[in-house]
Unconditional design. Structure first.
Length: 118
């Protein structure tokens, strides 16, 4: 059974750092990604990484966020530095069995809240 479980969210001051994790079970996915949804806004793509590396980020987080995967642990991470209040959102883990871009992920986690105070 496929399961994605996020953890590590919390409250942090602007300029601070936070690392969130997504533990996958069931199988090793070709693509894993992070999305986020702020209050009153649509869910948006943040970053994704294929099993062979190739990280890709949305422009607003480039240079501040780093996506990584530990294949042995079947876990994905998002290191978030220089956080801004506009980064406040529920962060979702997503996964796919194919090389996927920014859309069409069949598997999703329940989300973890990240709140950045000004």
């Amino acid at each position: 059974q496929v399961q994605l479980v996020e953890s590590g969210g919390g409250l942090v001051q602007a300029g601070g750092s936070l690392r969130i994790s997504c533990a996958a079970s069931g199988r090793t996915f070709v693509t894993m990604a992070w999305f986020r949804q702020a209050p009153g806004k649509e869910r948006e793509f943040v970053a994704r990484m294929w099993i062979g590396n190739n990280p890709y980020y949305t422009n607003s987080v480039k240079g501040r966020f780093t996506i990584s995967r530990d294949i042995a642990k079947n876990t994905m991470y998002l290191q978030m530095n220089s956080l801004k209040p506009e980064d406040t959102a529920v962060y979702y883990c997503a996964a796919s069995d194919t090389y996927t871009g920014n859309l069409a992920y069949p598997y999703w986690g329940q989300g973890t809240q990240v709140t950045v105070s000004s």
